[in-house]
Ligand binder design. Structure first.
Ligand code: TA6
Length: 282
């Protein structure tokens, strides 16, 4: 059991948590988990072309989208998925006992979007045991209402995205971002072929990610989310992204508990909201 700071990526300090055979690596920029492995098996995908640079989003792992998810509803020129993922966090505390190793991080960097008028605290708890538990908590520290969105933009590593299934989503309504957010029903089991970008509304709290030709299944238990986003860019969109390696879209599927679009939570002064998930290999 340990938590140690490493400096392999200059300018981007990282922490490594270890507990038994489980390992988490995370960047203090964005409180961004870039590795979660169990017995050497990587559960998260990170692009071979990911940029590990100050101020750049990291393609893969678990980017934390905050204080909005996707495009901002308030201004066209605000960055997609908010600014937390490119902002600095500080280590607030760490714990370690027989059951888990954990850290709490807090957002400290200056708000890089001056026209965003929110005053809020954001704390992220990460706990590692035989599974990964994480929660992001926002508190409105201002004297006016604050609208908050968020997302745990989790990139799962898969052997072939075409063989992935998410049975819990069958029958749910979703908004199809590839078709101007048209509302549709997932009548057939979801299959990942080409670009998939869907916001499932009112999702169940537990979703299993299955891979037909691999033994391992992953259970995602989420709370505090109003939506579950499933994303795979497919070959064309991936090829247009400089930080997506060739064939990377075959090796990943994003399953993202989120407070998306107009589901943003209105926090009165002093109120808090939390969004979290556990990732467990079955
Ligand atoms: O969560 C899905 C999504 O919003 C997609 O629409 C796609 O743009 C993806 O996230 C990646 O966004 P990013 O800003 O990291 O390139």
């Amino acid at each position: 059991m340990s938590c140690k700071r490493i400096e392999e990526r200059p300018g981007l300090p990282e922490l490594v948590l270890e507990h038994g055979s489980a390992r988490v690596r995370l960047s203090l920029q964005g409180a961004h988990i870039t590795q979660f492995s169990i017995e050497g098996e990587e559960l998260l995908w990170v692009s071979q072309c990911a940029r590990f640079e100050k101020g750049a989003g990291i393609r893969g792992g678990i980017p934390l989208c905050w204080p909005w998810f996707g495009a901002s509803l308030d201004a066209n020129d605000w960055p997609q998925h908010g600014f937390a993922r490119t902002s600095d966090f500080q280590l607030l505390s760490q714990t370690s006992d027989a059951h888990h190793t954990g850290v709490t991080l807090t957002l400290t960097g200056p708000v890089p979007v001056p026209s965003w008028e929110g005053i809020a605290s954001l704390e992220v708890d990460i706990r590692l045991s035989d599974h990964l538990w994480m929660e992001a908590r926002t508190r409105n520290c201002s004297d006016r209402d604050l609208l908050i969105g968020a997302g745990l933009h989790t990139y799962f590593a898969v052997s072939d995205s075409r063989q992935v299934s998410l049975p819990a989503l069958t029958g749910l309504a979703y908004l199809d971002k590839t078709e101007s957010f048209q509302r549709k029903i997932q009548a057939e089991p979801l299959s990942i072929e080409g670009e998939v970008d869907r916001v499932y509304q009112d999702p169940p709290s537990q979703v299993e990610l299955l891979q037909t030709k691999a033994e391992h299944r992953i259970a995602v238990d989420a709370w505090g989310n109003t939506d579950l986003v499933v994303w795979n860019p497919g070959p064309t969109v991936a090829a247009a992204m400089a930080d997506f390696d060739n064939e990377g879209y075959r090796r990943m599927v994003c399953v993202e508990p989120a407070i998306a679009l107009d589901h943003r939570v209105r926090l009165a002064p002093g109120e808090s909201v939390a969004i979290g998930q556990t990732l467990r290999r079955l």
